[in-house]
Design a protein around this ligand. Structure first.
Ligand code: ADP
Ligand code: MG
Length: 442
């Protein structure tokens, strides 16, 4: 199968030639004719399998030259960095056209964006907040939107974006084509789709939540923050295959604390990114990591979705993510476009419930390895860990309270050998409520 079968035009074929892409990925191949036919589409395919071009190719194929001012295509994504990435992808595909496109996102001067919108634009790529702000000024008019893409749509319906997105959907023209893409789905989405989509076709290349097979997954059971720092230091010092390492933490505070700890140990090798940093700092950190001048990027989940950073060798979950879906997206920053990658997760006792939820969704156990002997097990808890310990002790005393998993010391014994997900583990998984998909952090 080559791109020839897709009924592309010369401009697109030339751009793909320049990129050196020879054949469409499965989602690109399947989505193209359906999107061209005008149907609403829900596209589910694994991380790093080319979903961006799956919607961009047919959209750009359709878009005729026009000098009208108001945009005809709107692409909504959850983060500013993803806006910039998608605009770059459009740029790559539109070298041989005169298409006008614009990135719209917060943390930048709105007046500059107003002027650019006023000059006229065909495609807008936006984060929801700035999009609403711009349309409230009256300068951005969405009455001519014919195609709407919501990339990472399950994330866009999560708390924080939901209200904004739904009220926004009420205000744009009904007669439009809706396209949604992600590697994961959630049950809430069905209702939204039923209300806002017209007879959508679901293209599912692999079941939702399937991780890329090429990503080697493993985990360590590590009791606390300070020991996790020791383990991370050990891995970075002893394993030189860890040369482009993305380390995730669930909160900005933890990201900052970890950054401080790692900066002491690896002064010139580490950068950090989270949403409290200025936009220029965010872009700089990402750029330095992307270009390989910094070996380690410590990040919150703002980087977990959609970002295509080339050749990330390792994703390290310094803590377990908030939902199993986030796990899939985090680890999906490596192993992209058929490359190999490794994902290592550090799990403390309270996080074991998260591990079960992740394994249930993947229908696969994460093999675990025992802590290397050289790693010092710290008994010093951080200020944040102390109240959690107290809660846990209280929880264990209460009879009605659910205490996840077997006791940690039992697990530790099992840790003596690598568990590759033999029958014992599978049995255990089957016994869990298969519907556990999200959980609260302890
Ligand atoms: P997804 O959205 O599924 O996570 P992306 O659209 O970000 O994946 O694409 C992942 C990587 O694969 C990008 O670097 C992209 O340029 C590359 N890519 C996309 N389509 C092809 C193709 N047909 N052949 C080779 N590489 C591709
Ligand atoms: Mg994507």
């Amino acid at each position: 199968m080559s791109f020839d079968k897709l009924n592309l035009n010369k401009a697109l074929i030339s751009s793909l030639d320049d990129l050196g892409y020879v054949e469409p990925t499965p989602i690109q191949e399947k989505a193209f004719p359906i999107i061209m036919s005008g149907k609403d589409v829900i596209g589910i395919a694994q991380t790093g399998t080319g979903k961006t071009f799956a919607y961009l190719l047919p959209i750009l194929r359709n878009l005729k030259y026009s000098d009208q001012r108001h945009p005809r295509v709107l692409i909504i994504v959850p983060t500013r960095e993803l806006v910039l990435q998608i605009v770059k992808e459009i740029e790559k595909l539109s070298t041989y056209t005169s298409l006008r496109f614009l990135a719209v996102y917060g943390g930048t001067n709105i007046n500059t964006q107003k002027q650019l919108v006023y000059n006229g634009v065909d495609i807008i790529v936006a984060t929801p907040g700035r999009l609403v702000d711009l349309s409230l000024t009256g300068i951005l008019r969405l009455k001519d939107i014919k195609q709407l893409v919501i990339d990472e749509f399950d994330q866009m319906l999560s708390l924080g974006f939901r209200q904004q997105l739904l009220s926004f959907l009420e205000t744009i023209p009904n007669k439009r084509q809706n396209l949604m893409f992600s590697a994961t789905m959630n049950t809430e989405i069905e209702a939204v789709i039923a209300k806002y989509f017209y007879e959508p076709l679901k293209i599912e290349i692999t079941p939702h939540g399937t991780p890329i097979e090429k990503i080697i997954q493993l985990c360590y059971h590590v009791p606390n923050f300070n020991t996790k720092v020791n383990l991370l230091e050990h891995l970075l010092k002893t394993d030189d295959t860890l040369n482009k390492v993305l380390v995730f933490t669930s909160t900005k505070k933890l990201a900052d604390n970890l950054f401080d700890a790692m900066k002491l140990r690896f002064p010139d090798e580490v950068v950090v990114i989270h949403s409290n940093l200025a936009q220029t700092a965010r872009i700089n950190s990402l750029k330095q990591f992307h270009e390989g001048t910094k070996r380690v990027l410590i990040a919150t989940d703002i980087v977990a979705r959609g970002l295509d950073i080339s050749d990330v060798t390792h994703v390290i979950n310094f803590d377990t993510p908030d939902t199993p879906e986030d796990y899939i997206h985090r680890i999906g920053r490596t192993g992209r476009a058929n490359k190999a990658g490794t994902a290592i997760t550090f799990i403390n006792e309270t996080e074991q419930v998260c591990q079960v939820a992740i394994e249930t969704m993947m229908n696969k156990a994460i093999p675990y390895e025992s802590l290397p002997e050289e790693v010092v097990i710290s008994k010093v808890l951080t200020d944040d860990e102390i109240p959690k310990m107290i809660d846990k002790i209280k929880q264990k005393k209460g009879k009605d309270t659910y205490v996840p998993g077997p006791a940690f010391h039992e697990k530790k014994l099992k840790n003596q050998k690598v568990n590759l997900g033999g029958p014992g583990r599978k049995e255990k998984l089957k016994g869990k409520d298969a519907k556990i998909r999200t959980y609260r952090r302890n």
